[in-house]
Design a protein around this ligand. Structure first.
Ligand code: ATP
Ligand code: MG
Length: 764
């Protein structure tokens, strides 16, 4: 056995200890929620470093989100200090980007490749579908995107697909044409979409063994969290890295997972990866953990009872040494607003009793459910934030600014250059754009290179000048971002972005605009500038391409910020791996959970049940289950039914609270009466709420220079003074550093959201 210090093993149960101390080729830790899987993985890494069995550079740990990676790094650092630094702890996507940036040149990509998210690839697919008039055959952006993604996750590229497809079927032939064109366009643009990142890395390793070899040699210990949600491509990547090779001992592999928490089958996750692990890795040792350290027994009883309804699973019973804890609170609201009011009231109650807002989370199945919740939470002055809902990087002006940066970093990316061609308006229309594209094609050059030849294409002098101006600006910025000489700091991304935004006239155009929206856009640009500043502070040697990588890979749960005093709202999918003292599961209704879309999917309802199970098991002490009898959507009121899953929770575990003014369960006549009442009044209530809802806006002005309140200490309750809005009181703080936002109730100007770093405020 290995001399692991007792401090590292402290508090672990015998099974957990076994998992930490295991030394051998393959270890599978299968265990229920909250049983310490992630904790054990962390300690295992620490033990390998502590005993010097491994150097940090020999460890590759894969987590599901960047946030989880950061957390794990912190925990390892806490255990073994700065030995943690050279270690690869990252998501599948980040690890693959790192590999591709170094190696992609062997198969014809430049290391400055662009990463396309769905916001980039959807317009492209839309164009392709339109061009082939494929919509009349029933193709939509959504179904083409989903099918391409699914194929890529199964490592089927367009060429492989062309060999499987039945070309006599016009629909399949059409799909193949579009798949090919999509792939070709990405390749020409030196771009990968999210699924490519993994699939192309696998392809790279398989096609070029000499590229794979240093990685097989380097990573001696590979550890994967949330293994139940890996898809085939991810599975294959791990397979490649642990493959026996001449004169290389295969890496030791540890995977950790819970098949009851597999919730990504719709994205190609393959639960068989965990079930078949023992067959794939013949010498694997399996460790089972059953003791739960997170939740009360009441919560676990509910979780156990619900998941027992799924067939085809290994029976597993979570238990805790802690007590039964409080009962689950159930609530049936009359309407979605009613339900939201219940949530807000209970949150306030918990808060009064000493639970911090950040210890509370509200989950829902679909994003559409947030509207009612938000309205009521704002009205109740409960500070909250939505994870995965901000979509900062999806805003048009942010996309524009990023396209400028991408055009500089990846000159082959025609999409990026075309996006900024007439943004801000330079009088360059679509005819000119097409002409440039044709010129590029005829002369075998990139779209960006074609800009340099504006004088040879017969454009009028004004247009030619505008194109040349843009081209010169991009060239100048590219020169700025050239890798610095040894020992020199790179030009900060902030300077590059500021140059692009100012000299292109983008900022001036927004400033000159009379459209009130444009002021908000200006502020968003400024926020992005603040983000680049923050990036440079954290990565003094960071290059533009590192900044683009980081911003491309932000996942929803990455936005969670433990230090902020806000309630977290998120979908059930985002909640995976997280824990909170109090959890509200809302909308426990048929058609929402299980979602109506799941009914037609094989295994759909079972996956929805696992989603419910994931939600329940996030709670440490208090669990709330709520539903509404009616919901408003698109101005119509629909009547809903309680979820079948609700009946699977043993009745004695739940204490039901009703909607105010409603009879007990099954209070039929009363309900029918109020239905009529609610149907007519809910529209009015909605309108009233819309009026009451304070306008949220970014209130700092662009002054030409970025103001820096980075170090300003602010807390809920502080009084502040704003240049324009006068005095007010801080109601909530969200985000950190450059993204820290204060919600301030001004005495006369109403409620505003301010980006602290740049807002013209002082603390009183
Ligand atoms: P999930 O399935 O939700 O990902 P998990 O199995 O990864 O859960 P962890 O998040 O590692 O579980 O642990 C759940 C909680 O239990 C954490 O708060 C962790 O600190 C705590 N915990 C784990 N093991 C122990 C232990 N031996 N003693 C005390 N607390 C523990
Ligand atoms: Mg975990």
């Amino acid at each position: 056995s290995v001399p692991v210090s007792s401090a590292l093993l402290e508090g672990l149960n015998p099974r957990q200890r076994e998992a930490v101390l295991y030394r051998g080729p393959a270890l599978l830790i299968v265990a229920g929620a909250g049983s310490g899987k992630t904790s054990v993985l962390t300690r295992r890494i620490a033990s390998l470093l502590e005993t010097r069995e491994a150097w940090p550079s020999q460890i590759l740990a894969i987590t599901f989100t960047n946030k989880a990676a950061g957390e794990m790094r912190e925990r390892v650092r806490h255990l073994v200090g700065h030995a943690a630094d050279g270690m690869w702890i990252s998501t599948f996507h980040s690890a693959c980007v790192r590999i591709l940036r170094r190696e992609a040149e062997v198969f014809g990509y430049a290391s400055g490749f662009t990463i396309y998210d769905s916001g980039d690839s959807r317009p492209l697919l839309k164009r392709i579908i339109k061009q082939h008039e494929a919509d009349v055959m029933g193709f939509s952006v959504a179904n083409v995107a989903a099918k391409i993604s699914k194929l890529k996750n199964e490592l089927v590229d367009a060429e492989t697909f062309s060999r499987q497809v039945n070309l006599a079927d016009p629909k399949e032939a059409m799909f193949l044409t579009m798949f090919r064109e999509y792939s070709r366009t990405l390749q020409a643009a030196n771009a990968f979409d999210f699924d490519d990142l993994i699939a192309q890395t696998v392809y790279l390793f398989r096609a070029f063994p000499h590229v794979a070899e240093p990685y097989r040699r380097r990573f001696r210990h590979i550890l994967v969290d949330e293994y139940q949600d890996t898809n085939h491509a991810q599975y294959a990547l791990i397979r490649e890295l642990t493959k026996p090779a001449p004169a290389i001992e295969p890496a030791s592999l540890t995977v950790v997972g819970d098949s009851d928490q597999s919730i990504y089958a719709f994205r190609g996750a393959d639960i068989r990866n965990i079930i078949e692990f023992e067959q794939d890795y013949r010498d694997a040792t399996v460790v089972l953990l059953e003791q739960n350290y997170r939740s009360t027994q009441t919560i676990l009883d509910a979780a156990n009872a619900v998941i027992a309804n799924n067939f085809d699973r290994k029976p597993k019973n979570l238990f805790t040494a802690g007590g039964p804890g409080a009962k689950i609170v159930g609530f049936t609201g009359y309407s979605g607003h009613d339900e939201a009011q219940f949530v807000a009231d209970e949150i306030e109650q918990l808060h009064r009793e000493g639970t911090e807002y950040r210890e509370i989370a509200v989950f829902y199945r679909t994003n559409a459910q947030t509207r009612a919740l938000e309205e009521i939470l704002i009205r109740s002055a409960v500070p909250y934030r939505i994870l995965g809902g901000t979509k900062f990087y999806e805003r048009a002006e942010i996309k524009d600014a990023m396209a400028y940066l991408i055009a500089v970093a990846n000159p082959a990316d025609a999409l990026a250059v075309r996006r900024i061609l007439n943004s801000p308006k330079r009088g360059i229309g679509s005819v000119t754009e097409t002409q440039l594209a044709n010129f590029a094609e005829r002369n075998g050059m990139t779209f960006r290179a074609a800009l340099r030849h504006a004088g040879e294409q017969g454009f009028g002098p004004k247009i030619a000048k505008a194109i040349t101006g843009l081209s010169d600006l991009l060239d100048e910025a590219t020169a700025l971002t050239a890798p610095p000489e040894e020992g020199m700091a790179p030009v900060p991304v902030f300077d590059v972005l500021a140059l692009l935004m100012n000299r292109s006239g983008y900022v001036d155009a927004l400033r000159a605009s009379k459209d009130p929206q444009d002021e908000a856009r200006l502020e968003n640009i400024e926020e992005l500038l603040a983000v680049t500043k923050e990036f440079q502070r954290n990565n003094p040697d960071g290059l533009l391409i590192d900044f683009l990588t980081e911003t491309a890979l932000v996942a929803a749960a990455d936005e969670l910020d433990d230090t902020s005093g806000t309630v977290s709202l998120m979908t059930l999918h985002t909640a995976k791996g997280l824990e909170f003292k109090a959890v509200f599961l809302t909308g426990i209704e048929e058609d929402l959970l299980p979602h109506r879309m799941s009914a037609n999917e094989p295994g759909g309802p079972a996956e929805e049940r696992r989603l419910f199970y994931v939600g329940i098991t996030r709670a440490r002490e208090r669990l709330y289950l709520s539903l509404a009898m009616t919901r408003n959507s698109y101005g119509e009121t629909s009547v809903s039914a309680p979820s079948r899953f609700l009946a699977e929770v043993p009745a004695e575990l739940i204490e039901w609270k009703q909607s105010p003014g409603m009879a007990g369960p099954g209070g039929g006549s009363r309900v029918a009466g109020s239905l009529a009442w609610g149907g007519s009044s809910s529209g009015a209530a909605g309108g009233g709420a819309a009026q009451q809802k304070p306008k949220t806006e970014w209130t700092n002005r662009v002054t030409g220079k970025v103001r820096d309140n980075g170090d300003l200490e602010l807390a809920v309750g502080d009084r502040v003074k704003h240049d324009d809005f006068g005095e007010g009181r801080v109601q909530g703080i969200t985000g950190t550093a450059a993204k820290r936002i204060a919600e301030v109730q001004f005495d006369s100007a109403g409620r505003k959201r301010l980006l602290v770093k740049v807002a013209p405020i002082v603390k009183l």
